[in-house]
Design a protein around this ligand. Structure first.
Ligand SMILES: Cc1ncc(COP(=O)(O)O)c(C=O)c1O
Length: 358
């Protein structure tokens, strides 16, 4: 048979230039200190709700508005100021699709959450990065200096990952003021471990938008639930791009019980904060350099043996995340904080691993 060449459709040039992003998930049957998840479980009220979901209810398309109204009330906002999303990842994706066009700039302090650059690279805009200093502090002055008339979105994770450092409210307000042509996205994925927010400024600061996730403190990463809040005028644009069905009905059913079970949330957060202090003390004793963190993880400096460190910790049953490929993070490893009991096991593994690396 004569050979024929099959012509295949080509993706857009920007997509052809993108790298595929594969988070290193794989087999994770161990103590999961690698993805900043809740390391234990969600509230039992959520699992009870899941158990009661009927087969018949799954035949219906999800209805997001009633749950958006509940979440808005919980945050002290109007329903039109809040959209639920399929994780914060979808909020980022949709926000970038809504606002970024050719010639625009997305301004990012780095190192930061990887997906900002991934989603920016599929738009026709340019990502402009501003490197944090060696102490990984928020590069406030340099970020201000990098604002141009083309800056269209500035994304700040607060607290930031993988560093755990924060930008102050005054700094965020100044950034918003200095870039009125841009959306300032404050990604508060780790809010519950930090306690400070700019959510109360939604609607007052015309270019401020805030994202929150249910993947971290609430322990619902598998359900994919996040939210985006912003002034009504900006949310109207976002809703044109956002799918009305991207948050599924199981997630919508689980959200109210998750919000209502404040006792569970408070307990989990207090466990993490106590465990974080214990890990900090253990790291200091072992003379491992660490960065002060306001989130449920700590970045540590392992140096040249970072790969062996991660591998040995895995062998000891503890997964941690090598961040060496992040800008300015060579040799640095991020350790998620779980409960005190879990961190007791992690600290024992850490001591053995550090001794073996000597
Ligand atoms: C800063 C930040 N934003 C967003 C996310 C992802 O959130 P979600 O699971 O809601 O997509 C992460 C996850 O690691 C994160 O670190």
């Amino acid at each position: 048979m004569a050979e024929t060449t099959v012509q295949m459709p080509a993706a857009r040039a920007r997509v052809r230039a993108m790298m595929e992003y594969h988070p290193p998930l794989g087999s994770r049957d161990a103590l999961r200190l690698d993805f900043n998840e809740n390391t234990l479980a969600c509230s039992s009220k959520v699992s009870e709700t899941l158990a009661q979901i009927s087969a018949g209810s799954l035949t219906r398309y999800p209805e997001r508005e009633p749950v958006e109204a509940i979440v808005a009330a919980h945050l002290g906002l109007k329903p039109e100021q809040v959209a639920l999303t399929n994780g914060v990842d979808e909020a980022i994706h949709v926000l970038f699709e809504t606002f970024l066009e050719a010639g625009d700039e997305l301004l990012l302090p780095v190192p930061t959450y990887t997906m900002y650059e991934v989603y920016a690279s599929s738009t026709d805009a340019q990502a402009v990065t501003v490197l944090a200093g060696d102490n990984l502090e928020f590069p406030f002055e340099r970020l201000l200096a990098a604002i141009t008339p083309r800056t269209k979105i500035i994304a700040v994770a607060n607290p930031n990952s993988p560093s755990g450092t924060v930008a102050t409210r005054a700094q965020l307000l100044e950034i918003a003021r200095r870039a009125p042509q841009a959306v300032l996205l404050v990604d508060e994925a780790y809010f519950h471990f930090y306690g400070e927010t700019v959510m109360d400024l939604i609607g007052q600061v015309p270019n401020l938008m805030v994202a929150r996730t249910f993947s971290k403190a609430y322990g619902l990463a598998g359900l994919r639930l996040g939210l985006l809040a912003g002034p009504v005028e900006l949310m109207r644009w976002v809703r044109r791009v956002l799918s009305p069905y991207s948050v599924n009905s199981l997630a919508l059913a689980c959200l109210p019980p998750a919000l209502n079970d404040t006792a569970y949330l408070d307990w989990y957060v207090s466990e993490v904060l106590a465990a974080r202090a214990e890990l900090e003390a253990a790291l200091d004793k072992l003379e491992v350099k660490r960065w002060p963190s306001r989130a449920n993880f700590i970045l540590v400096d392992i140096g040249a043996k970072h790969r062996e460190f991660v591998q040995r910790m895995r062998t000891a049953g503890v997964l941690v995340r090598d961040r060496s490929n992040d800008p300015g993070c060579e040799g640095r490893v991020r350790v998620t904080i779980g409960t005190r009991e879990q961190m007791g096991a992690a600290i024992a593994a850490l001591k053995e691993t550090m001794a073996a690396l000597q």
